[in-house]
Write a protein that binds this ligand. Structure first.
Ligand code: AMP
Ligand code: GLY
Length: 426
């Protein structure tokens, strides 16, 4: 079978790398891919980003299965279009993707179906939003309604930050948020405390299968300081997700979400990612939904997947998940993101990357914002690489990932030094 992975980040490099290991896969294409997928002799980049052109290309090239990495093509309806034309594709429809593409939609959805989440209000009028924040006090969280590549959330520790975020999101839009119908909107919600985890499942429209657990590091700087990013590193499994928390997440969040969507007339297929906040008593609140796998969580998760990823996706696109047993490596995988100068607000491009290692064992350098130019690999986006390693403990996986990253260099490189710290007991 020929398979197509849509996207060009580290998540898609990991997906394509894993699919290429399946003996049933004849060729893996990545559209548009990146410098890493270009260099990998098992992968072929397809330089198409227009979704209609991509569907026509998939039809003309006999693609048997398409896997979509990022949220933007899902929110634009790629699944609906491919299916209408008889192509097999794994992901949510445009209607289902609203769980991620609109914070206002997903918060109202959670409220309607009794799914635990932070108390909130939605605003389009800046004056009302400012008054609400003054009334509630800080800390408080301000979220832009549309897709913002992980940058549309401000956790305001002071009222001044909250007011600034409101003006930023409702008046300036310098973040480049893709607004939903009705224009700029913000969700303002209660500040939650606890430990976060990324809880991801596959849904085939009827059945649900949980992936290995993981934890992301959203802030730019060590110790979870600095601005929110798309994610600076991740590891799997996440010890905070105990068996009890796992059962609770399925019972209180995942299953009510799938059933609630069905009740609202939307069948959910694809990955579903619930960002959870877990308090010291093991109680859960849903921070957000994503309708895709996480980046960088995918990189460690797929390094631990021992099952054939094609088999998993074939089951997921044929209502076969109830029969599927996924097998996971018992070891820990940990990935460290190397980001460009200026990330997240204004990442610089075209810095040359040197020292990329070859022939790694139980480690991988997944590419994200890279491009190949005349044999050289250059930075081309915010998150550049995700160096991921497998080892027997979080500590060892952390050491191995950082050792693997040591020879790699580019001007202005930013990398957290503490990925995995919450799971390492000193
Ligand atoms: P989101 O895109 O909604 O997951 O938000 C991005 C990040 O902001 C989350 O991973 C949290 O670290 C933080 N965050 C979001 N909502 C809250 C909240 N209500 N309380 C505390 N932190 C939050
Ligand atoms: N790493 C967080 C996300 O993919 O949304």
């Amino acid at each position: 079978m020929k398979v197509l992975v849509v996207g060009g980040g580290g998540r898609e490099h990991a997906m394509a790398w894993k699919l290429a290991q399946s003996p049933k896969v004849q060729q893996v294409y990545v559209a548009p891919g990146n410098g890493g997928t270009a260099k990998d002799k098992n992968l072929v980049n397809v330089p198409i980003t227009d979704l209609l052109a991509l569907r026509q290309w998939a039809q003309a090239n006999g693609i048997g299965l398409t896997l979509v990495g990022p949220e933007a093509p899902l929110a634009a309806g790629i699944v609906d279009d491919f299916r209408t034309h008889g192509l097999r594709i794994f992901g949510p429809t445009q209607a289902a993707a609203q769980l991620e593409s609109s914070k206002a939609f997903s918060k109202a959805f959670m409220q309607r179906h009794g799914i635990p989440t932070a108390a909130f209000e939605t605003f389009t009028d800046p004056a009302q939003a400012h008054a609400y924040v003054d009334h509630q006090g800080a800390p408080i969280v301000v979220k832009a309604d549309g897709l913002a590549a992980g940058k549309g959330v401000v956790v305001a520790m002071t009222l001044a930050e909250a007011h600034e975020a409101i003006d930023f999101m409702l008046l300036d839009n310098t973040l480049g948020v893709a607004h939903n119908a009705g224009g700029a909107r913000v969700v303002i919600e209660e500040f939650l405390q606890g430990e976060e985890a990324s809880f991801m499942v596959l849904c085939d429209g009827k059945n649900v299968a949980a992936l290995a657990t993981s934890q992301d590091h959203k802030r730019l700087l060590d110790g979870d300081h600095g601005p929110n990013t798309g994610g600076m590193g991740a590891y799997s499994p996440a010890p905070v997700v105990t068996a009890e928390v796992h059962a609770r997440a399925m019972r209180e969040v995942i299953l009510p979400t799938i059933r609630g969507m069905e009740k609202d007339g939307i069948t959910y297929t694809g990955f579903l990612y619930a960002g959870l906040m877990i308090d010291p008593q093991g109680r859960i609140k849903t921070l957000e939904f994503n309708c895709r796998m996480g980046d960088p969580e995918t990189q460690p998760i797929l390094m631990r997947l021992k099952s054939d990823f094609l088999d998993v996706l074939l089951a997921a696109t044929s209502e076969g998940l109830s029969q599927l047993e996924m097998e996971w490596d018992r070891r820990v995988a940990l990935g460290v993101v190397m980001a460009a100068a200026g990330y997240p607000l204004n990442p610089r491009k075209s810095d040359a990357i040197t020292g990329l290692p070859k022939d790694l064992h139980d480690a991988m350098v997944f590419h994200a914002g890279t491009t190949e130019k005349e044999g050289q690999i250059l930075t081309s986006g915010g998150r550049v690489l995700c160096v991921t390693a497998l080892a027997d403990s979080v500590k060892q996986a952390q050491q191995k990932a950082y050792q693997t990253a040591t020879p790699i260099a580019f001007d202005g490189m930013q990398m957290r030094q503490d990925i995995g710290y919450r799971a390492i007991k000193n």
